[in-house]
Design a protein around this ligand. Structure first.
Ligand SMILES: [Zn+2]
Length: 326
C-alpha cells in the first residue's frame, strides 16, 4: 500500500494570500473571493475522499496518487484528482464538492446545478472530464493491458445526484468502498507484477507538472506590509526591535512575519533583496532589513550589497525554528 499525501494546490495558496490583501474596492474583489471559495471547497472535498483510502481493505498491493497534473501530446493538461492503481486495474477519480441538485446531460455534456434557492448554474461536466482522463491514461498505459475504470465522487453529502448517464459511475463518497469491492470482484486477474507497480509509482511523479502561480497582479491593488490578523488583515504592523506591532490594536508578534513573507512569495516572487524587503514591509533601516534577512539563513546569490535571497517553499514551516519563542 502506498498512499500519497495531498498537498494544498499552489493556486489555492495564491488565492489565500490575495484574499488577505486585495482592496475591497478592487473591481475583481468578488471574482477572486468566489474563486477562493470554490478552490477551498474543492480541496476540502478532496481531503474528505482521501480519508476513505486509509480505511480500504484491498486484496492487492496498490498505489494512490493525488492531484497529478500530466501533459498529453497536444500539450494540454490533465489534472487527475486521484488515481488508484493495483495489479488488476486502475481507477481514475474526479471529485466534486458542490451542493444542490446536479443534473448531468449526456447530449449537451453539461452539468447543471440547481441550488436550494432555485438558482441554476452550469459546471464543467465531471463525467466528460473523467472520460477524457481515461482516454489519456489508455495512451500512457498502451504497453500494459490494464483495465482503466473511472468514477465521479460527490463529496458534499447534501448534494442530490439527479439525472446522469450510465457511462461512468457517479456516487457519494460513502459509496467508494463498495464500488472498489465491486471492481475487485470484476477484475480477478493480476496484470501487473509488484515490480511493474513499483516502476509506475516511480514514473508518475516524474511526469507530474507542478502547477504554476497565476500571472502576478499589480502590487498597487493589494495591501503591502505585515498585516495584523487581529484586525482581519486590514491594518499594517510596524517593525521595531525584532517585533511587529499593530499600529491600530497594538497586537505584537514576531512570527507573523513568516506568513507575510509567504504572501510576498506568492504575490510578488520567490526572491527578495534588501531594498524589496524595505519597500514591501515598510522597514526604514537597511541594517535592520539586513539582520532580518540573515536571521533566517535563506540561500542567496550575489555579493553583500546586491544579495538576492531565495524564499523557499513551505516558508512558514521553514522559518519557524528561527524565531526566539520557538
Ligand atoms: Zn491590529
Amino acid at each position: 500500500m502506498n498512499i500519497a499525501v495531498r498537498e494544498k494546490p499552489l493556486k489555492l495558496l495564491w488565492l489565500e494570500a490575495l484574499k488577505r490583501r486585495l482592496f475591497e474596492e478592487d473591481p475583481d474583489f468578488s471574482y477572486y473571493h468566489e474563486q477562493f471559495r470554490r478552490f477551498d471547497a474543492g480541496f476540502a472535498g478532496e481531503k474528505k475522499v482521501d480519508r476513505e483510502w486509509l480505511e480500504l481493505v484491498c486484496p492487492y498491493t496498490f498505489l494512490v496518487l493525488h492531484n497529478l497534473i500530466l501533459m498529453n501530446s497536444a500539450q494540454h493538461s490533465h489534472q487527475l484528482d486521484t488515481l488508484f492503481i493495483c495489479s488488476n486495474f486502475m481507477l481514475v477519480v474526479e471529485i466534486k464538492n458542490i451542493n444542490g441538485r446536479l443534473d448531468f446531460d449526456d447530449i449537451t455534456h453539461q452539468c447543471i446545478r440547481t441550488k436550494p434557492d432555485g438558482t441554476v448554474e452550469g459546471f464543467p461536466n465531471a463525467i466528460t472530464q473523467t472520460q477524457r482522463h481515461m482516454q489519456f491514461l489508455k495512451v500512457i498505459f498502451q504497453n500494459y493491458s490494464l483495465p482503466i475504470e473511472g468514477a465521479v465522487i460527490i463529496a458534499n453529502p447534501s448534494a442530490i445526484i439527479a439525472s446522469h448517464p450510465k457511462t461512468i459511475p457517479i456516487f457519494h463518497v460513502s459509496g467508494l468502498q463498495k464500488h472498489l469491492h465491486s471492481l475487485f470482484r470484476k477484475y480477478t486477474q493480476a496484470i501487473l507484477s509488484d515490480e511493474q507497480l513499483t516502476q509506475i509509482a516511480q514514473q508518475f511523479p516524474c511526469r507530474h507538472q507542478s502547477s504554476k502561480i497565476p500571472a502576478p497582479i499589480d502590487s498597487s491593488r493589494y495591501r503591502q506590509g505585515v498585516l495584523c490578523p487581529k484586525c482581519r488583515y486590514k491594518s499594517q504592523m510596524h517593525y521595531a526591535r525584532g517585533i511587529w506591532r499593530c499600529s491600530y490594536c497594538q497586537f505584537a508578534s514576531e512570527e507573523i512575519f513568516a506568513e507575510a513573507l509567504q504572501d510576498y512569495r506568492y504575490l510578488v516572487g520567490s526572491t527578495i533583496t534588501n531594498k524589496q524587503l524595505r519597500e514591501f514591509f515598510d522597514i526604514h533601516s537597511s541594517d535592520a532589513a539586513n539582520r532580518l534577512l540573515r536571521k533566517f539563513q535563506f540561500p542567496y546569490t550575489g555579493s553583500y550589497k546586491n544579495r538576492v535571497y531565495q524564499l523557499l517553499e513551505n516558508l512558514v514551516d521553514y522559518m519557524k525554528p528561527f524565531f526566539r519563542s520557538s
